[in-house]
Design a protein around this ligand. Structure first.
Ligand SMILES: CCCCCCCCCCCCCCCC(=O)SCCNC(=O)CCNC(=O)[C@H](O)C(C)(C)COP(=O)(O)OP(=O)(O)OC[C@H]1O[C@@H](n2cnc3c(N)ncnc32)[C@H](O)[C@@H]1OP(=O)(O)O
Length: 194
């Protein structure tokens, strides 16, 4: 089944997304946006360690291998973990727009169970932009990049100012992120690029 709710239908005045001229080249690994991120960070022993790569246009591909720590039912990935993989991949798209945005809504279809040890091949694309609202879609396939779709999602991300994180995040992590020179570079890049 596909077909998202009315809240995820782009409005009539939505426009096609525009890849930022400084977006990473197709094929380039994006790297983690934050070491402590459960989706992509290297500092989370049980995180997904999802690796995303820029695609053509405003598209991303990513891979994530389901570990024993990600189970729901015995031997199968937890649905929330799979939703996280989709959310993380969709969130990475915003780096190609050079827009800072957070997930407002995420609608997920779980089509096939995903066993532990499976590599999920994810693909995501921004389909439309309307003001601060970014509409995007993603699939996760098993058995290879052209294998059957196991999970899919449609999402609405909402652009926020970088202050969103400083205002709402726990102070010690915000401080640590600000002190990380690489994070700082990225945060600065977000601030100077519309
Ligand atoms: C210093 C350290 C640097 C760190 C550098 C970090 C870099 C980058 C990190 C990114 C991290 C990624 C990680 C993965 C992606 C997550 O998982 S992000 C985490 C999960 N998401 C959240 O925590 C978001 C929580 N929600 C919120 O903060 C607020 O509700 C939002 C989404 C910002 C919206 O609030 P708002 O700014 O007040 O905007 P609001 O006027 O309510 O809505 C704007 C528009 O969106 C629509 N909208 C909002 N929510 C919805 C919804 N749920 N359904 C439908 N429409 C909606 C509204 O109807 C409105 O539409 P219009 O009226 O303009 O037509």
């Amino acid at each position: 089944m596909s077909g998202s709710s009315a809240a995820l239908q782009p409005p009539a005045d939505a426009v096609k997304p525009v890849r930022h001229p400084d977006a990473p080249a197709p094929g380039e690994l994006l790297g983690a946006h934050y070491g402590g991120c459960f989706g992509c960070g290297g500092d989370q022993p049980h995180g997904l360690h999802l690796e995303a790569r820029a695609g053509e246009g405003v598209r991303i591909t990513a891979e994530f291998t389901v570990q024993a720590a990600h189970q729901g039912a015995p031997g199968l990935a937890h649905g929330g973990v799979l939703a996280t993989a989709l959310d993380e991949t969709l969130g990475s798209l915003n780096w190609l727009l050079r827009t800072v945005a957070v997930t407002g809504r995420l609608e997920t279809d779980f089509l096939r169970p995903v066993p532990v040890g499976t590599t999920l091949h994810l693909e995501a694309e921004v389909v439309a932009v309307a003001g601060r609202k970014i509409y995007s879609t993603a699939t996760g396939r098993v058995g290879g990049p052209d294998g059957p779709v196991a999970v899919r999602a449609d999402a609405l991300f909402v652009e926020v100012k970088i202050d969103h994180f400083a205002q709402h995040g726990r102070p010690q992590e915000i401080r640590a992120a600000m002190e990380d020179p690489d994070q700082m570079r990225r945060a600065r890049a977000f601030e100077v690029n519309p």
